[in-house]
Design a protein around this ligand. Structure first.
Ligand code: MG
Length: 239
């Protein structure tokens, strides 16, 4: 059951800590003011996924033409239209993206400025407006959703542009067996919030993560969670 909207007390226990999935008792990440905004243009060897030239190569996950709005390099979730993903597929990478949650907000917890960055279409780094908005720790902005809270809460105020810089090591499979789990490092507004974190499996809601074998490259997916979250300046470098 939801506990004051800050989590669940009927979910399974995670394998690596004494907390349940979305446990309301798990400590809240401490707040850190990230300082002035960090942005950077794509390096010379980057592949641009979203920039001034638009959102070519993005479709809804079922192949439908985009319903999300693209304007001057800014991509905005169209609530109810569904997730979108890149045509490009890649594995190990350095990924940069910038996002902003709506300035006007209502609701609480997971209900404010929710979206997500799904690496390889399967592993979510949470996007959420956690500026003075607590939620369950493993659902914070920058969480490996349902698994690992961010080390700190480096959110900027609602409506301001924020950045993620992600270093992703894809999982390795040996036939049908997991040979090596994925690891991920995330900087939120220039602050390290995941440090070579071992990913426990694909992202679910209220369920234990598990790995399912998949190809070594996958699409980048952005989540429609019903909020008009915006994205810009998305690029990656293969590693
Ligand atoms: Mg999300």
């Amino acid at each position: 059951m939801a506990n004051d909207q800050l989590g669940y007390d009927d979910t399974p226990y995670l394998p690596h800590v004494d907390y349940r999935v979305h446990d309301p008792e798990r400590p809240q990440p401490p707040v850190v003011d990230p300082g002035e905004p960090v942005t950077n243009d794509p390096p010379e060897d980057a592949t641009v996924l979203l920039g001034e030239s638009g959102a070519a190569g993005w479709t809804h996950t079922d192949g439908r033409e985009l319903e999300w709005r693209i304007d001057d390099g800014v991509f905005e979730v169209e609530p109810g239209s569904g997730d979108v993903r890149t045509e490009a597929a890649f594995g190990d990478c350095q990924l940069h993206l910038e996002w902003a949650t709506p300035e006007e907000r209502e609701g609480s917890s997971q209900g404010i400025g929710n979206s997500g960055v799904f690496l390889m279409d399967l592993y979510e780094i949470q996007v959420l407006d956690n500026y003075e908005n607590p939620t369950y720790a493993d659902g914070y902005a920058g969480a490996v959703y349902g698994q690992h809270p961010p080390l700190v809460n480096a959110c900027r105020p609602s409506g301001e542009w924020q950045s993620y810089d992600i270093v992703w090591n894809a999982p390795r499979f040996d036939d049908d067996e997991l040979a090596e789990p994925a690891t991920v490092t995330v900087l939120h507004n220039g602050v390290v919030i995941q440090h070579a974190t071992e990913v426990l499996g694909t992202t679910g809601h209220r369920t234990l993560p598990e790995y399912e074998p998949h190809p070594s490259e996958g699409h980048l997916r952005l989540q429609d969670h019903g909020d008009r979250v915006r994205f810009r300046n998305v690029w990656y470098r293969e590693l």
